[in-house]
Write a protein that binds this ligand. Structure first.
Ligand code: SF4
Ligand code: SF4
Length: 194
């Protein structure tokens, strides 16, 4: 009989303790959100998703070098002399075509180390965190806006310009050598005549 009373007391005590906690929280303002209908604003400096304002990128690759897990891949082609790529919004001259600018967000560890080195402040974390995917390949974000044809065109032009530069350099060296040989032979001839 005593045992039964003890057990009943424990049961009621437990129920009332639990109900007490429930009632207390029922009267307090809610701390949770009805996501996704409700969303909290992210605090400033939150690390969530990288974005590149490609028009302001000068192709310096400082962000790529700063990334400790190699999830940024950039390829550039130097613009030929006849092309003026203009300036960034920060006034930096643009000298390279950005043929590839990929960020693999499936590898990113949100360390933010790629952001501070950027001289034009064109790479940044944006307050967007709803970008989960079933296929991790979809987390490879491509920021270059050049078409495949344009990439081929600028590469070919840059190669031609480089070849021409090399040819002119060789030609100048050959002329210099010939001039020197000519001067030496003239000097020898003068000496033998004297
Ligand atoms: S946040 Fe860190 S890991 Fe992610 S791309 Fe930038 S440097 Fe790399
Ligand atoms: S550091 Fe900035 S400007 Fe340089 S390649 Fe990266 S995003 Fe472009």
């Amino acid at each position: 009989m005593v045992q039964t009373l003890k057990k009943s007391w424990t049961t009621f005590k437990t129920i009332f303790t639990g109900m007490g906690v429930t009632m207390r929280h029922l009267l307090q303002p809610s701390v949770t959100l009805r996501y996704p209908e409700e969303r909290d604003e992210l605090p400033s400096g939150a690390r969530s998703k990288l974005f590149v304002h490609i028009d302001d990128c000068i192709g310096c690759k400082l962000c790529e070098r700063a990334c400790p897990v190699n999830c940024i891949a950039i390829e550039t082609v130097q613009a030929t002399k006849d092309v003026d790529l203009g300036k960034t919004s920060t006034g930096n001259p643009k000298r390279f075509w950005i043929t590839t600018f990929n960020i693999d967000m499936s590898k990113c560890m949100y360390c933010d180390m790629c952001v501070p080195p950027c001289p034009t402040e064109c790479i940044s974390m944006v307050p967007e965190y709803e970008y989960s995917e079933y296929d991790r390949n979809n987390l490879l974000f491509q920021f270059s806006e050049l078409s495949a044809d344009k990439v081929t065109e600028v590469k070919e032009k840059a190669e031609k310009e480089q070849e021409e530069k090399q040819r002119k350099k060789k030609e100048a060296a050959r002329k210099k050598k010939a001039q020197k040989a000519d001067q030496t032979s003239k000097a020898k001839q003068k000496n033998s005549e004297g």
